[in-house]
Design a protein around this ligand. Structure first.
Ligand code: PXG
Length: 465
């Protein structure tokens, strides 16, 4: 058997990867032709690839490495737990101390009366739990018709059949028969792309009121819950207008619809508070968590549930669970991650140092000829590329063409910045320091310059009519 190590030549690793590894959300033939990027190690906010490039990771992996790479304490917590109790389940009336301690810690950290945790290994699994949880809740209350879950177009809630249905990604629904029944989608509060002649505040209210219209169309007795990310992440870091969330909260309260805040990206400090719900002043009945819960060092997620919902669920046998619900090693690593977040005051660092510094730096990109708007909350930011700022025009070229050129230019400048269509997005590790932010912005600006020149050279700086 070949031993595959980081010391092998990149081309060999690429060939082996192409031969056997099916990548998520990837056209695998095109990737095999181009050659995959191989990441070999990481420290702090920097990645190293197999050609020795050091890349500033402005995406914290996939929005998850909140405490940064290379924290030995988490490796040690995993090793200790593996030796003591590498696995046991939480079914059949058993538990173990990592699951107890993590649930207790999350109850302490989560706002309001969100005091009960159902564990999963990912955000997708946790949202699948939520689908069954809210329907079981209404069933137990004698209202089985309350089944429909309202979500939003261009939301991302995961990639399993259930969570992919909750999500509002049209290109995902086009494959494999999604969405499942009794999930519907309303419009997103994306003023830049869809706000037309309305002010952001008018548009935020209009989009929130689509929830009320949908509840009335379906009938209040048929609606179980509304799910949303406090700030849409994978959809392009879409920061809603200020008018949006208060109106959504009012509507959920008025119709007694359960509110699920998907905190998979926003949670654990990303927005400058422990949870995005605190930053946006939302009072959810259930929060979905994953990613930053363990800073990505172990796969773990879950649903944090209110006293009121948990009390009802406790009266039935909820026929749901995963082999790895509350996995002891993942839970021990998550606990260590939360200890570091707390003891090193990393959320405070975001709120008081990194986010204010980043906001000024990020918004300075607004003067670039390609940049239509810059948006940022805490340490999640986006900018819209446009051929014409004043009219908020889209490009005539296929959506994502400019974004992809910009992303490739970022890589060429040793910066990992993602694109979603023609929006560029960042979500760096929360431990990022001002000097790294300066580097990030300098590299982003250089990439924007390259992208601008390339679009011009290819005749692509044209607005869609
Ligand atoms: N909810 C939200 C808000 C997410 O962002 C999930 C649920 C699903 O989590 P898991 O752990 O099952 O992946 C996510 C995941 C992207 C991208 O391209 C974003 C995610 C996952 C993969 C890619 O930005 N977010």
């Amino acid at each position: 058997m070949t031993t595959i190590t980081n010391h092998m030549p990149t081309a060999e690793l690429q060939a082996l990867d192409a031969a056997h590894h099916m990548h998520p959300f990837t056209h695998n033939d095109s990737l095999a032709e181009k050659g995959v990027r191989v990441i070999t190690r990481a420290r702090g906010v920097y990645l190293t690839d197999s050609d020795g490039h050091e890349l500033l990771d402005a995406m914290a992996g996939l929005w998850c490495v909140n405490i940064g790479y290379g924290r030995r304490e988490l490796a040690e917590a995993a090793a200790r737990q593996m030796q003591e109790l590498p696995y046991y389940n939480t079914f059949f009336q058993t538990t173990h101390t990592p699951a107890i301690a993590l649930a207790q810690k999350l109850a302490e950290r989560a706002p309001g009366d969100l005091n009960h945790v159902f564990f999963a290994s990912s955000g997708s699994e946790a949202n699948d739990t939520n689908i069954r949880l809210v329907r079981t809740y209404w069933d137990a209350l004698g209202k089985p018709s309350k089944k429909t879950i309202i979500s939003r177009m261009n939301a991302y809630h995961g990639s399993s059949v259930g969570s992919g249905s909750l999500g509002g990604m049209a290109f995902m629904h086009a494959q494999g028969g999604l969405p499942i029944p009794d999930v519907v989608h309303i419009g997103q509060p994306h003023w830049w792309a869809e706000g037309g002649d309305m002010t952001p505040e008018e548009f935020g209210l209009a989009r929130a009121r689509e929830l009320e219209t949908m509840i009335e169309t379906l009938g209040e007795d048929n609606v179980a819950a509304f799910i949303a990310e406090p700030v849409q992440g994978a959809g392009g870091v879409i920061v809603p207008p200020d008018s949006y969330w208060p109106e959504i909260q009012r509507i959920c309260d008025k119709y007694e619809i359960l509110l699920i805040a998907d905190e998979v990206i926003c949670g654990f400090g990303r927005t400058g508070n422990w949870f995005g719900s605190q930053t946006l002043n939302i009072r959810p009945d259930i929060m979905t968590i994953a990613k930053g819960l363990s800073s990505g060092y172990q796969p773990i997620g879950g649903s944090i549930v209110s006293d009121a919902v948990a009390e009802v669920i406790a009266q039935v046998e909820f026929a749901h669970g995963y082999t790895y619900s509350g996995h002891p090693v993942a839970a021990a690593v998550a606990l260590e991650n939360l200890r570091i977040l707390e003891e090193e005051n990393i959320v405070g660092h975001v709120r008081d140092v990194a986010a204010p510094y980043m906001k000024t730096a990020w918004e300075s990109l607004q003067d670039h000829p390609l940049v239509g708007e810059t948006r940022i909350v805490g340490l999640m930011g986006s900018l819209a590329l446009t051929p014409h700022k004043a009219s908020r025009a889209k490009f005539a070229a296929e959506a994502g063409t400019a974004g992809l050129i910009c992303r490739e230019a970022c890589f060429a400048n040793n910066l990992v910045m993602r694109h979603v269509g023609d929006r560029m997005i960042i979500s760096p590790p929360l431990i990022i320091q001002p000097e790294d932010i300066d580097k990030l912005i300098a590299r982003a600006r250089a990439a924007l310059d390259i992208c601008h020149a390339e679009l011009k050279a290819q005749g692509l700086l044209k607005a869609a009519s």
